[in-house]
Design a protein around this ligand. Structure first.
Ligand SMILES: CC(=O)N[C@H]1[C@@H](OP(=O)(O)OP(=O)(O)OC[C@H]2O[C@@H](n3ccc(=O)[nH]c3=O)[C@H](O)[C@@H]2O)O[C@H](CO)[C@@H](O)[C@@H]1O
Ligand SMILES: C=C(OP(=O)(O)O)C(=O)O
Length: 448
């Protein structure tokens, strides 16, 4: 954290106005990795200026992919004509910065026959093991060696299609299988796959490149390996996590925000909860004409908000990444709200900071929801009870991770008084130009 990495936030002003979200962080970075598999250039539009994109761009360039700006703002062109090895020292510059490097395994094995993956970063919201990835890669025929400097992989006999079943529908492991199976020899069948909209969009990218991927019912994906893939041209799905974060900010501050780019179809579960809490929204142009964008207006209609019970889950459930921003709004709802976090074991630590601001949130080891999850009776505080409404007051806050960071920011904006929020640069990992957007929405915040 640098001395400049502090935002002074003068709270108590409802956020009003319009902002735009661009391509989803959790798709864009994966589509960038997919470009490695092509034998022709790929073109990706609406790429947000966020830290994860910089990390993946850096890794692609280290491996010989020429990355250039296209004509449109946010358009990137990837030319994989000269893919080459990079040194472990160069790659390790990106150690600890993102989770995406693990997805380079399959593409690099296909292109180079070997791969080196640095230590991963990402939010500290649980141990986040990569055992499903490693198991899957080994079943494709990869030899995986974990060393102190990172992970080394080879494929002495090539990569071959296989039958796999994930113990949990992991987003990353499903992407790992897709990015490896598309050019592995033969057929791959993946059971218990994740089916998040970002996964479906990645499948669309790969299909444009020439892949043959069938999505069956009941989380089964079948991939027919092909010997070559070409490039793609793709406009990604908009960031539904960022859209929901601004919606939560509108509700928590008593404001009114129109989110250009927000897509109803990918946010249905969020919209149901938002309405149940007492938030109002209007879907404007859910199916806009070609070249135009949809948008959703989110606002606090006045009156009291209502307590709700939610369980985070894999798609189509309530996304875990929506949880932290929404909880700030739940501190303003009358009654007891319950949150059962079933995707990550340690994603409620940020509630302590909200308590120092006047919230009343108690966390529990028990599964406080209808679905017993993997974390019950395992000593993880993964359920929360939020008693409201609470008057929030200003505090000094240190941002622990991306979504918690945004929730701290919303809390500071909703609170009375002046807060200092430390470590705000972390928010750039997933929210493009968030300070400019805050200013456009009338927030009073400045770098110290
Ligand atoms: C860059 C990106 O797209 N990040 C998203 C992705 O993360 P990510 O792909 O890392 O999340 P996963 O879906 O893989 O993780 C879900 C659960 O599976 C566990 N697990 C996963 C892999 C594994 O090998 N072993 C294992 O036990 C994890 O610890 C976690 O408890 O999906 C998450 C769930 O929607 C989102 O919160 C993240 O924003
Ligand atoms: C958990 C998240 O991201 P990552 O997987 O990149 O850490 C997130 O975006 O909320």
């Amino acid at each position: 954290m640098t001395v400049n990495d502090v935002l002074t936030v003068h709270g108590g002003t409802p956020l009003h106005g319009q902002i735009r979200v661009r391509g989803a962080k959790n798709l864009v970075s994966k589509a960038m990795v997919a470009a490695l598999l092509g034998d022709a250039p790929s073109r990706l539009y609406d790429v947000p200026r966020i830290r994860d994109v910089e990390v993946v761009r850096g890794l692609l360039e280290l491996h010989g992919v020429k990355v250039s700006d296209g004509a449109e703002d946010g358009e990137l062109v990837f030319d994989p004509a000269n893919v080459e090895s990079a040194s472990t020292d160069e790659i390790n510059v990106h150690a600890g910065s993102s989770r995406i490097p693990i997805l380079f395994c399959g593409p690099l094995l296909h292109r180079l026959g070997h791969a080196f993956i640095p230590d991963l970063g990402g939010c500290h919201i649980g141990p986040r093991p990569i055992d499903f990835h490693i198991q899957a890669l080994r079943e494709f025929g990869a030899v995986v060696d974990k060393a102190p400097d990172g992970m080394h992989l080879t494929a002495p006999n090539g990569l071959h299609g296989t039958k796999l079943e994930l113990p949990f529908p992991s987003v990353g492991a499903t992407e790992q299988v897709l990015l490896t199976a598309v050019m592995a020899e033969g057929v791959t069948e993946l059971r218990n796959a994740a089916v998040e909209p970002e996964i479906v969009d990645l499948i669309c990218v790969l299909q444009k490149m020439g892949a043959i991927i069938k999505v069956h019912t009941d989380r089964v994906i079948e991939i027919q390996g092909v010997p070559r893939l070409s490039g793609y041209s793709h406009r990604p799905i908009p960031d539904r996590i960022e859209a929901a974060s601004w919606a939560a900010a509108a509700l928590a501050t008593g404001g009114d925000i129109e989110v250009i780019g927000a897509e109803q179809v990918d946010m249905m579960t969020f919209l149901n909860v938002f309405r149940s809490v007492g938030g109002a929204y209007e879907v404007i142009d859910a199916r806009p004409a070609a070249g135009q964008e949809g948008k959703i207006r989110f606002w606090h209609p006045g009156g009291e908000l209502r307590a709700v019970a939610i369980e985070t889950d894999v798609h189509p459930g309530f996304m875990t990444d929506w949880q932290q921003p929404l909880v700030v709004a739940l501190t303003q709802a009358r009654g007891l709200s319950i949150v059962h976090e079933t995707v990550y074991e340690q994603r409620l630590g940020y509630t302590e900071a909200l308590n120092t601001m006047g919230a009343t949130i108690q966390v529990y080891r028990d599964c406080l929801g209808g679905t017993p999850c993997r974390f019950g009776r395992r000593n993880f505080k993964h359920s929360a009870v939020i008693a409201g409404p609470s008057k929030l007051h200003a505090a000094d806050l240190v941002i622990p991770d991306l979504r918690a960071g945004f929730s701290h920011l919303i809390a500071a904006l909703a609170a009375e008084g002046t807060s200092r929020v430390y470590g705000v640069d972390l928010i750039n990992r997933g929210y493009e130009d968030f300070e400019a957007k805050l200013a456009a929405l009338g927030a009073h915040a400045e770098r110290s």
